[in-house]
Design a protein around this ligand. Structure first.
Ligand code: G6P
Length: 674
């Protein structure tokens, strides 16, 4: 999804913005752009379709004639204040003219994440006012709107200064020059510069403009009229301020700014910030000046670097043993789960609940589905799971005393956040405590939930989620135990068994990772295939769903997951020697049933790839390729462990297919729009 980076410094900002954009690449994007105020305080902008390296190349080769605004010399593309953006198309095709920043009259430049829902209406008004549009985006209305408000603010100032400063200046209505045309009245600008010291031109203009927008935004704005000021605003899309010494930055997430700072201010809903080199001043949704704490991130720039791995996805798959250790740390003792890991009031809350509603999207939804089996099988607590995009647009019946759990790697997924916000409205009349299981501290979901459990997976850069999913399952197993204990539905012996299983998990995952060579061989079977089927029963069904999702996300092979018992109700018709059937076969109560399902596939000539427990004893034979992926896994550890070889399988199929593993086409890491 779109990414913002910006900054104001004493040094040239361009390399910082470019590095920031590269660090936001993982979010998914189709084009990028950068706008700076150059040494003459003119807006210069460069945009490019495709990868950041295209933008970088353009910057390197730029000459004066390529620049958007007038240039009076042949200086390089340099400036001390600027904004930059990676765009993930929502309104308008991926194209250079739709890439951000969008500028108006060479006076205002804007980058935007989110969607301005009333942009059509604003566009109609702006066309009548004489503004011209050069893109199909919703964002261009923001640039025009800020420009119009800026002119209004300026007119008010000039009106009150004209008698004393210059009798010849007439307040302008709205100029309608196209991009690249000369800037507005220079005499007026001179007057403004005099008045500027005690006014907040751009802050006022943006604050006024925001009143016109419906929808969601994170915004970064610069303007030639207020050349030392960067304005940031947030509503519905995340934005952080990076605090440096004599320099300040903005970004969609902290990872973009780690090379320049580890101190961050997390803007809250409705905040608008005026950012200069020396000072950050924040105003809340009511326009009151507020102090927001500066938090120190414990992430290092190194945490988001690739190291020896070819792709982030591979790196993240291999980080899973450590991610599990980090997620368990401080949350369990030798034999027990600490209920307080979910917050000091967690135990009191868990005692009151009667059922659980889990809401999530994508991979996170699959972790919720696994948890449903656990909650209902192990502690007998009713548990519903639903994708957020459906839940938020129907009228769900939610019972009193429901624990409402959102699961999200990013904590910013728009649908999940909207579902939570909907529930918060009901909290006045019902007891619906909310908990989020999330990987990103200070994200929107963590701020809006009563309880938070942070998975300590570390930054996940690959669009296809791997270690975040694994740690979500760990978190859910801890939640299962914490709820079971608090409700007196779990014996001490059961708790110990779960805790001891979790302690073994890093070792089990390491062992599963050792099968990479065999998986590389098996991946060859998929090279020429157009479809694949994934089968599982019990908790292995959601794991099969996750395996199928991974394969389609990164290799673009159509893949579907089925509960193995449903084969005979349809998918059996698809089976022939061309469709690989991936099956997960743990040594559990359902194994014999699963074996019968496999025979049904074999009888139709299907090509089976079976990941089994050493104790499952499915032998390799024609039509069956069996990998003993693990041994002695328990109820909780089985789904987590069996998922690992499926991740590796997708990864190696994608390598063979030559796809963009970390940034698959059309997908985004963090989906902050509907
Ligand atoms: C996007 C990502 C998926 C992720 C889903 C939910 O679709 O590409 O990997 O599972 O969003 O994201 P969340 O951050 O809420 O877990």
């Amino acid at each position: 999804m779109c990414g913002i980076v910006g900054g104001v410094a004493e040094r040239n900002i361009v390399p910082i913005l470019l590095e920031g954009l590269k660090r936001l690449e993982y979010r998914g994007y189709d084009s990028s752009g950068i706008a700076i105020l150059d040494t003459e305080e003119q807006i210069q902008r460069i945009r490019s379709l495709g990868k950041i390296k295209n933008l970088e190349q353009k910057i390197k080769t730029i000459d004066a004639s390529n620049l958007v605004a007038r240039r009076r010399d042949d200086q390089n593309f340099q400036g001390k204040i600027g904004i930059a953006h990676t765009r993930w198309a929502t309104h308008g095709v991926p194209a250079e003219n739709n890439a951000h920043p969008h500028i108006c009259n060479n006076r205002v430049a804007v980058v935007h994440n989110g969607i301005i829902e009333n942009y059509q209406q604003l566009k109609t008004q702006q066309l009548e006012q004489g503004y011209r549009f050069t893109s199909e985006t919703d964002t261009e209305v923001v640039a025009h709107c800020v420009h119009r408000e800026l002119v209004n603010v300026i007119n008010n100032i000039t009106l009150s200064n004209t008698t004393s400063v210059s009798p010849n200046v007439t307040p302008t209505v709205i100029p309608s020059e196209a991009e690249g045309s000369p800037t507005d009245n220079t005499q007026q600008q001179k007057i403004l510069r005099q008045a500027q010291d005690d006014s907040d031109l751009l802050l006022q203009a943006v604050t006024n403009a925001l009143k016109h927008f419906e929808g969601a935004y994170a915004l970064g704005v610069v303007a030639t009229d207020d050349p030392d000021t960067l304005i940031a605003a947030r509503k519905g899309s995340p934005l952080v301020i990076g605090v440096g010494i004599g320099e300040h930055f903005i970004a969609s997430d902290v990872s973009a700014l780690l090379p320049v700072t580890q101190s961050f201010i997390f803007l809250e809903e409705g905040d608008v910030a005026k950012i200069t080199r020396e000072v950050v001043t924040i105003y809340d949704v009511n326009g009151e000046q507020v102090e927001r704490p500066v938090k120190i991130s414990n992430l290092t720039a190194h945490a988001v670097e690739l190291g020896e791995h070819r792709h982030y996805m591979h790196k993240e798959i291999f980080e899973q043993p450590q991610a599990v250790i980090d997620t368990l740390e401080g949350r369990i003792t030798q034999d027990h789960v600490l209920v307080s890991a979910f917050g000091y009031e967690a135990e009191a809350i868990f005692k009151t609940i009667q059922q659980i509603q889990i809401i999530a999207c994508g991979t996170s939804y699959h972790s919720g589905l696994v948890a449903k089996y656990w909650f209902e099988d192990i502690v007998g607590v009713p548990c519903q799971v639903e994708v957020a995009s459906e839940y938020r647009y129907r009228n769900p019946v939610i019972q009193d005393n429901t624990l409402f759990v959102t699961i999200s790697q990013s904590g910013e997924t728009a649908d999940t956040l909207a579902a939570l916000q909907q529930i918060k409205l009901l909290k006045k009349v019902k007891n619906i405590p909310t908990l989020t299981i999330c990987n990103v501290p200070e994200s929107s979901l963590t701020r809006e939930s009563d309880l938070t459990f942070l998975t300590h997976a570390g930054p996940e850069i690959g669009v296809a989620s791997t270690k975040a999913f694994t740690t979500q399952l760990v978190a859910l197993s801890l939640l299962l135990t914490a709820v079971g204990k608090s409700m007196s539905l779990m014996s001490e012996e059961q708790e110990q068994k779960i805790v001891h299983g979790l302690q073994k998990l890093p070792g089990l995952i390491r062992k599963a990772l050792q099968h990479e060579e065999k998986i590389i061989e098996i991946a060859q079977c998929f090279a020429e295939r157009e479809s694949a089927l994934f089968l599982g029963r019990g908790t292995m069904y959601p794991i099969a769903m996750e395996g199928a999702l991974k394969l389609k996300e990164i290799s673009y092979i159509h893949a579907e997951a089925y509960p193995a018992g449903e084969l005979k109700h349809g998918p059996l018709a698809l089976i022939d020697e061309h469709i690989p059937v991936v099956t997960i076969a743990p040594h559990d109560d359902l194994l014999e049933k699963l074996k019968s399902n496999l025979q049904e596939v074999k009888a139709r000539g299907g090509q089976m790839i079976v990941f089994e427990d050493e104790q499952s004893n499915i032998s390799s034979e024609p039509g069956f390729r069996v990998i003993k992926a693990t041994t002695n896994v328990g109820r909780i550890t089985a789904p987590i462990t069996f998922n690992v070889p499926l991740q590796l399988l997708s990864y190696h199929v994608a390598l063979i297919k030559g796809t963009d593993v970390d940034q698959p086409r059309n997908l985004a890491k963090s989906v902050t729009v509907e």
